[in-house]
Design a protein around this ligand. Structure first.
Ligand SMILES: [Fe+2]
Ligand SMILES: [Fe+2]
Length: 361
């Protein structure tokens, strides 16, 4: 478990984070309406979807995908308790308020459409309720640290992947069950908002104390989806099902990098985060061991990490803000310095290993 040492926010951070939560509270966007969904349960009949599953996906796979969504969502209170505990222990009333007032009540509604869809496939309400209760009663062990920045970093990844899951279900249902697809997509939109909110919370904390970059990196490295822990019989099959559903993995990787580039806030910090992740994963950087590479970078300073940040965006096909001509640490005229940066960038782009950043997908 990651150490709580290293978490510190200056007093200026509290009011910024409070203001962010204020604005989230007053702009929550359209919430799900479970009563409305229950009233429209006939339109959540998804039997016709079975005929139109992608090649290679069986009915068992499809049911597993829906059950993983329902069972992961129904355990909201287990995750919520971890966030509440961290918020209290590390004196983060903004996080406690967001968790209790916004996130938890929203998440409580997300399992509804999936339960109704599964009922249409012949599962009785009683057996689904029983399965959910069993998962809710399991002991949830959180994968990562409990300081506020570790929790919000965890939130980014977990919400982003969940967003992806609901989007995948929506795509599977679209041709045959449009209302069911719309419901899945409504859940997806909630997760998109959650991802954005956790990203903004993380970015503020990091900006207020850049030394906490290590806590962000630790969380990325030890992250595990709650489903793999609480519902291992389904959770461990998620990658297999994603490929059967033809999920665009390069897009997932791109989104992942984009999210963390925004968390980092500057090119320099994005580069530092990448080097930190690569170092902790013990990845080589081309022929150079990362430790040696890091020593060189620390000598060059900010500009060096900035180039890595830019190279990272190039590697994943993310447009980067056009860099203004600038004179670097070495005294070169701006045009020559830009040419040097560009050569460095493409050299680094060729050598960055995707697995160093996002792990093995
Ligand atoms: Fe959710
Ligand atoms: Fe969520």
């Amino acid at each position: 478990m990651s150490a709580s040492v290293g978490f510190h926010l200056p007093s200026s951070a509290a009011s910024r984070l409070d203001m962010l939560v204020d604005s989230i509270e007053s702009n929550q966007g359209p919430l799900l309406n479970p009563a409305e969904m229950r009233a429209a349960s006939a339109s959540l009949d998804i039997r016709s979807a079975i005929e139109q599953l992608p090649e290679g996906m069986t009915l068992d796979d499809f049911v597993g995908i829906l059950k993983l969504a329902m069972l992961t969502e129904c355990a909201t209170d287990s995750y919520s308790a971890v966030f509440q505990d961290g918020a209290e222990r590390f004196d983060a009333p903004w996080l406690a308020r967001f968790n209790a007032q916004v996130w938890t009540p929203d998440e409580h509604t997300h399992y509804t459409p999936y339960k109704l869809m599964l009922q249409s496939l012949g599962y009785s309400e009683e057996e689904l309720d029983l399965e959910m209760r069993e998962v809710q009663d399991r002991n949830y062990e959180h994968c990562c640290g409990r300081t506020p920045i570790e929790l919000t970093t965890y939130g980014i990844i977990q919400e982003y992947l969940t967003d992806n899951w609901h989007g995948m279900i929506s795509q599977l249902l679209k041709p045959s069950a449009p209302y069911a697809a719309r419901c899945a997509s409504m859940v997806k939109r909630r997760e998109t908002l959650h991802t954005t909110w956790y990203r903004e919370m993380t970015a503020i904390q990091l900006e207020e104390n850049p030394a906490m970059l290590e806590l962000v990196a630790n969380t990325v490295l030890s992250f595990q989806m709650p489903g793999t822990r609480l519902v291992p019989e389904f959770g461990t099959r998620s990658l297999e099902w994603m490929s059967k559903a033809n999920v665009d993995f390069p897009r997932v990787a791109r989104d992942f990098v984009r999210n963390f580039q925004q968390v980092a806030g500057t090119m320099k910090r994005a580069g530092q985060l990448f080097v930190e992740l690569a170092a902790k994963r013990d990845v080589r950087f081309g022929p150079v061991p990362i430790s040696a590479f890091r020593r060189i970078m620390d000598k060059i300073g900010g500009a060096g990490y900035g180039i890595i940040g830019e190279a990272l965006l190039d590697k994943f096909g993310i447009p980067r803000p056009t860099s203004q001509n600038q004179t670097g640490p070495i005294n070169l005229p701006p045009r020559m310095y830009e040419a040097f940066r560009s050569r460095m960038r493409s050299m680094i782009t060729r050598r960055i290993e995707t697995a160093a950043i996002i792990g093995e997908v």
